[in-house]
Design a protein around this ligand. Structure first.
Ligand SMILES: NC(=O)c1ccc[n+]([C@@H]2O[C@H](COP(=O)([O-])OP(=O)(O)OC[C@H]3O[C@@H](n4cnc5c(N)ncnc54)[C@H](OP(=O)(O)O)[C@@H]3O)[C@@H](O)[C@H]2O)c1
Length: 294
């Protein structure tokens, strides 16, 4: 298949590597020189384009499958609206108008759209309840990916990732140094985030569906931090309840910090995906080994 990965960063580069290995023809889209060089180094074709600028998308060859994985990073609400809502709409319209529009579009969203569920389990049947402007923007982008694409005859799929981690993104210090605020961690290793998207495309499942991509085990941040400290041979970090964190911050902590839920991945399993790293205990092994040898 001809595949275009739009916003080809941390997950996109790994997805491209996996799709190339499976014999597909892959193009990665970014704006920066460094980003384009990273795509080339990963072994597939870079195309410079700004996803919010229809004219620059003319440089993109026709694709059967499109994966929208652009991110606004940690920037503000306006940047998020541009990266997710404006970009997706521009892509859907521009590629939809082509003589050969894409067959499928996968948008990589976030489990953040559930907002705060008081630590309860959530799955694809649970109604999203965004708690912040940013989360509302992600939900609006999901609607574009599923509904506005349909107007162009493109089948949309939304994959909601848990917290991404993996090579270069273990952030060990955050847990080892603490303080660690209570709540559940819902994670997905980079290779599984990419692997899940590649699987849904390759097996031709989950058209017009939302699928959660998280690992098998939401884990208490406190328990995880203690386990990690033990594995690294250091003392456990200080722990904070949300109230303690609030007191330390001298004000209300963000609704994102308060958001607490446990994400189920039964649907991902039903669809036949086998996780390479079923738990963070599996996925953090290399980071622990590096820590212990340095
Ligand atoms: N990080 C997490 O824990 C997490 C959790 C849930 C969901 N997600 C979602 O997962 C997806 C992948 O995340 P990631 O960490 O792989 O992202 P990432 O590393 O930040 O890569 C995305 C790339 O998109 C490019 N980009 C942004 N705006 C663009 C535009 N207008 N035109 C062209 N390219 C653009 C940027 O590269 P240039 O600057 O070079 O253009 C950026 O490096 C994102 O949709 C993110 O929201 C992430």
């Amino acid at each position: 298949m001809h595949v275009a990965i739009l916003g080809c960063g941390y997950v996109g580069l790994e997805l491209g590597r996996q799709l190339i290995d499976a014999g597909h023809d892959v193009v990665g889209v970014r704006r920066s020189d460094a980003g384009l060089a990273a795509i080339e180094a990963a072994g597939f074709d870079p195309t410079r384009a700004d996803l919010t600028d229809a004219s620059s998308l003319a440089a993109l060859p026709d694709a059967d499958w499109v994966v929208y994985a652009a991110s606004a990073g940690g920037r503000g609400v306006d940047a998020a609206r541009t990266a997710y809502v404006d970009g997706l709409r521009t892509v859907a319209e521009t590629l939809g108008e082509r003589t050969s529009p894409p067959d499928r579009l996968v948008y990589t969203s976030s489990t953040g759209v559930y907002g705060d569920q008081d630590g309860d389990w959530v799955d694809e049947e649970t109604s999203p309840d965004p708690a912040t402007d940013r989360q509302r923007i992600l939900l609006e982008a999901e609607r574009i990916a599923l509904e506005e694409t349909a107007a162009w005859g493109i089948d949309g799929t939304v994959v909601r990732f848990g917290g991404l981690y993996g090579p270069d993104r273990y952030r060990l210090d955050r847990y080892l140094e603490g303080p660690v605020t209570e709540g559940y961690l819902n994670s997905i290793h980079r290779d599984d985030a990419a692997g899940a998207v590649a699987h849904l495309l390759a097996t031709d499942v989950a058209r017009d569906e939302v699928v959660l991509a998280v690992d098998d085990e939401p884990v208490s941040k406190w328990r995880f931090a203690d386990w990690l400290a033990e594995q690294c041979g250091v003392s456990p970090p200080k722990k904070w309840t949300v109230a303690e964190r609030e007191a330390a911050a001298e004000g209300e902590v963000s609704r994102r910090v308060r958001a607490n839920k446990r994400c189920a991945n039964d649907r991902l399993h039903e669809l036949g995906y086998e996780l390479r790293y079923p738990t963070v205990r599996d996925g953090f092994r290399p980071a622990i080994e590096t820590y212990r040898t340095n």
